[in-house]
Design a protein around this ligand. Structure first.
Ligand SMILES: [Fe+2]
Ligand SMILES: [Fe+2]
Length: 179
């Protein structure tokens, strides 16, 4: 039984504010891609979807005169760090277990290595999956952050994903382990 659903997250003002800022269409698309990859990676589709939906929740608005400032962004961005903390706080508040909230937060933290020092990290399958789903959904010049979606369509896609995950979790015990 899932304590926290994607719909609960989607309807939350924090998600609407911060995920909406970085692009709800991109976030939902990454959540869908993450669920599609979950079986192949052997991870929980529930955690994959949550990490996918929340992966960019830490974005700051890097605007200069109404335009996205990529130089500022590249130099100062810590959205994965902020996002991990925000996602963790929100999930715990909504009743997620601490181990699951941590797994999602770490996948958010490591979905990009653009802010990390050089080196090789040993990523878990959940962390690899979210990074791949995000990269697969990216467009040149950050176009994926500007894709638009109506809130009605967005909510429908979230409800559909929740339904898919529930079916998956009910019929399979092998995906209940942490990613
Ligand atoms: Fe990101
Ligand atoms: Fe992203």
């Amino acid at each position: 039984m899932r304590k926290v659903t994607l719909t609960m997250l989607f309807d939350h003002p924090i998600v609407q504010k911060y995920v909406g800022r970085s692009g709800m269409a991109h976030a939902i698309s990454v959540a869908e891609r993450s669920v599609a990859l979950a079986k192949e990676y052997g991870v929980s589709p529930d955690l994959a979807a949550k990490a996918g939906l929340l992966h960019d929740i830490g974005h700051y608005e890097w605007y200069q005169d109404g335009e996205w400032d990529f130089d500022q962004y590249k130099e100062n961005d810590i959205h994965a760090i902020k996002g991990a903390a925000r996602a963790h706080k929100l999930l715990v508040r909504l009743g997620e277990s601490l181990p699951e909230a941590k797994a999602v937060a770490l996948a958010v933290l490591l979905h990009t290595d653009s802010y990390l020092p050089e080196g090789t990290l040993q990523l878990t399958p959940l962390q690899q999956l979210v990074a791949k789903a995000d990269t697969d959904d990216e467009e040149p010049s950050g176009g994926h952050h500007y894709r638009s979606i109506s809130s009605e369509t967005a909510r429908q896609r979230i409800l559909h994903l929740d339904h898919k995950i529930n079916l998956f979790m009910e019929t399979s015990s092998s995906y209940k382990q942490l990613g």
